[in-house]
Design a protein around this ligand. Sequence first.
Ligand code: S3P
Length: 169
Amino acid sequence: MQTRIFLIGFMGSGKTTVGSQLARKLAYDFVDMDQMIEDTAGMSVPEIFGELGEEVFRSWEHKILLELCQKERVVVATGGGASCHGTMMSTMNANGVTVYIKLSPSILKDRLTRSRIERPLIRGKSEPELLQYIRTTLEAREVFYNQANYIVDGDKLDPENLAKHLKED
Ligand code: S3P
């Protein structure tokens, strides 16, 4: 079985929730990339975007990813855009197994509307604007997400089952 598991997918697809459950089932460590960036920077993701800009955030994501590629027995919940910038998707595929948690734009919109997490890329959008943003962005991002080793339905996802499959890998 692979020593590193990277969960990828759009904002609101449940990477953090599934990741922590999966890590528990596998007795692996769990790391949330956004949290690790915030802890390292001493700034929140919205502060990094607002004060330093997205480019800086992406470069920190890349640096953190390279650090995580040195860790053993870890499940990583990546940020929704991490796999879609630079060489991060191929780095993940070269250093572990990637799992794309796939959901439809309308389900993502409902989840993001209900979420309390502040996400700079969707801040201030009305529901129709959010749905349009998800459709357009997801289409562009799926070029990367679809390179994952596994594509799983986020609506029917059972971490126990996923753990079983990954163990057999
Ligand atoms: C982003 C997703 C966020 C966070 C940042 C940018 C993106 O993570 O990394 O706001 O580009 O999709 P989540 O997918 O955990 O919300």
